[in-house]
Design a protein. Structure first.
Length: 230
């Protein structure tokens, strides 16, 4: 009897704005540091999900400090070979950045699916990444709504499927209307950190209640924090 073929892993795609422009709605004195810390905690959770689930992580950013910090994070975990930090060549916003990363993934990792994620998931845990990707459809697209229910925190495209990102206001409905399978009801409360992206102080407070990753926790411990995020 021939052994069953293992399922190829996913390539996770994460865009990150230059830190000076990131998280403009987050009214916190350490906004720039928090943007980087949340991206680091997101990347750590994705990489720690295991190479059988996430074979590679591509981060699109033009920020040198973010690139250096992400590279150091991957090296410290012995996972540098699974991280690619690339410049934002399109420089056309979120969707072109995702499309750029997906095009690189098709060339570098043929036969693997792609999974677009937010960079601001400080309460994300590796097991939640595994759970969500295990639920992603083997053909076509899957979409997971944010905690509010209108945005997208995960868009999957199975191997051989173009990503076609539609991030922005109302992105969950846009992705669902384009044919993506809705993973939200299936996963419900199993992936709270994945669904809790952070744009505001109120979002940060909810993420803190879920349990922040170490990088975000360090920034908040060192910087004055508004009352609503304490």
């Amino acid at each position: 009897m021939q052994p069953a073929e293992s399922t190829p892993p996913w390539v996770a795609l994460v865009p990150l704005k230059p830190l000076g422009a990131a998280k403009s709605r987050l009214d916190h004195p350490a906004r720039r540091s928090l943007a980087l810390a949340m991206a680091l905690d997101t990347a750590a959770a994705v990489l720690d999900a295991g190479s059988d689930a996430v074979g590679a992580l591509i981060v699109v950013t033009d920020d040198r400090a973010a690139r250096d910090a992400l590279t150091a994070l991957a090296r410290a975990r012995g996972l540098a070979e699974r991280l690619l930090v690339t410049t934002d060549e399109p420089r056309g916003g979120l969707n072109p950045a995702f499309a750029h990363a997906a095009a690189l993934a098709r060339v570098l990792y043929p036969g693997w699916g792609t999974a677009a994620l937010s960079a601001d998931l400080p309460a994300l845990r590796p097991q939640q990444v595994r759970r969500a990707l295990a639920a992603a459809p083997a053909a076509g697209h899957g979409v997971l709504a944010d905690a509010v229910g209108t945005g997208t925190v995960l868009l999957s495209a199975a191997a051989g499927t173009d990503l076609h990102p539609r991030f922005g206001p109302g992105s969950f409905a846009a992705h669902r209307d384009s044919g993506a399978v809705d993973l939200t009801l299936l996963l419900t409360d199993q992936v709270p950190g994945l669904r809790r992206d952070v744009d505001t102080i109120a979002d940060l407070a909810v993420a803190r209640a879920l349990g922040l990753g170490p990088a975000t926790s360090r920034v908040l411990a060192a910087a004055p924090s508004p009352r609503s995020a304490a």
